[in-house]
Design a protein around this ligand. Sequence first.
Ligand code: COA
Length: 383
Amino acid sequence: MKRVIIAGAGLTKVGDHWNKSILDLAVDAATAALKDAGIATPDQIIIGNMFSGFSSSQESLGAMAADALRLWGVPAFKVESSGASGSMALHVADSLVKSGQANSALVIGVEKMRDLEPSEAARATSLGESSEYVQFFGISQTALGALITQLYMQEYEVTRDELSCFPVIAHKNAVTSEHAQFRKAVSIADVSRSMPVSDPLRLLDCAPVGDGAAAVVLSNDDGMVKDPAIEIAASAASTDSANFYQRDDMLEFMATRRAVTKALSLAGISVRDIDFAEINDSYSAVAGLSVEALGLSKMGEGARDARDGKFDIKGKVPISTYGGLKGRGNPVGATGIYQIVEAYHQLVGKAKANQVVDAKIGLTHNMGGIDSAAVVHILRRIS
Ligand code: COA
C-alpha cells in the first residue's frame, strides 16, 4: 500500500449562494484545490453529495463536474451516504490512491440547500432515514435529534445550560473562521433561550441550512510531498442499526465507536495522541454523544467536559475549530470535506486566529443519520 498525502485543498464560504448552481460551487472549490496541489488533471474525481437530485434536479454529478472542469476523460462518480457523503467519498478515494489504482484523486463535497423552502430542506435532510418507518410518519431528522436529546438529558442528568456549551464553543470559533456561515458569538443563555424548534431542541442547538463546496486532492506521489506534509494516516467507516430506537443502547454511537477504534489502530496511535477533533455537532446532544463515542469523554460526561473548557480552542482537545457544523455550517454532503480541509489547514499551520498550537494529529468525524453511518479520518503531519 502507498502513502496517501493531501496535495491541495480549497473551499467556498458556507451560506447563501443564490447566484451559483451546484456545479458552480463544485468548480470553485475544485479549481482552488487543483491549483493548490499544482495538479492539472487528477486520475479520478469523486463527489460527496447527499441530495442533488432533490435540491437541484441534477444527478450524474461526477460526469457533470468533470465536464464543468473541462476534465473530459477522467473517471468520475458520486458517493452518497447521507450526512457522511463527503467523508465517505474521501474514504473511497483514499483506498483507490492507497492501492495505486489511481495515483491522484480530486474529492469534492458539495450541497445546495438554500434554494429549498424550509419544509423541503427538512425533507431533504430526512431522506437518509427509513422511508417506511420514519419519513412515512412525517418524522424529520430534527425530530429524531430532539428525541435523542430528550433521552440524553434524562439518562445522564445533563442540564439545559450544560448542553448549550457545545454551540457556544462552535460559534466562538466561527467568529474568526472566514468561511463560516454564522460568525457570531453566542452565550449559554442565548442558546438555552433561543426559539424552540422541536422540544427540547432550540434553534441554536441545530446546525443551520446552507450551500457550500470543499475539495481536496490526494496523491501517492512522494515527489508531491510538501513541507509540511500531511498524510491520511487512517480512514475508517462503519454502520449501525439505521433506526436508533431499535438499538440495545440508544445512547451509544456504535458506528462511530467502531470507526474510531479501527482508525486509531490503523494509525497506530491512542486517542490521547489526538491534538484536535472536527466532530459531527449537528445537534448539541449529538455533539455530546459523539465526543463520548470517540473516547474523548466518558459516557454522559461530554457536555460537562465542554462546560469545563476541555474542548475550547486552547483546551485539552479542541473541537469544531472553525465553527463545526453549528457555526461553520452544514452543507450536508460537503461537510465531511470541509472537516478535512480545516484539519489540513490546522496541520500545515494556516489556521490563523483558529490555530491549535503545535497541532500534529487531527481527527475528523462525520455521521449519516443518527449515527447509522460514521466515518473517521486521522490526518498526521509527517514533516
Ligand atoms: N443557528 C443559528 N441561527 C440560525 C439557524 C441556526 N441553526 N438557523 C437559522 N438561523 C437564523 C437565520 O439566520 C435567521 O436569522 P434572521 O432572521 O436574523 O435572518 C433566523 O434564524 C430564521 O432562519 P430560517 O432560515 O427561517 O430558519 P428555519 O426556522 O427555517 O430553520 C432549523 C431553522 C433549525 C429548523 C433549520 O436550520 C434546520 O432544520 N437545521 C437542521 C438541519 C441539519 O443540519 N440537520 C442535520 C442533517 S444531518
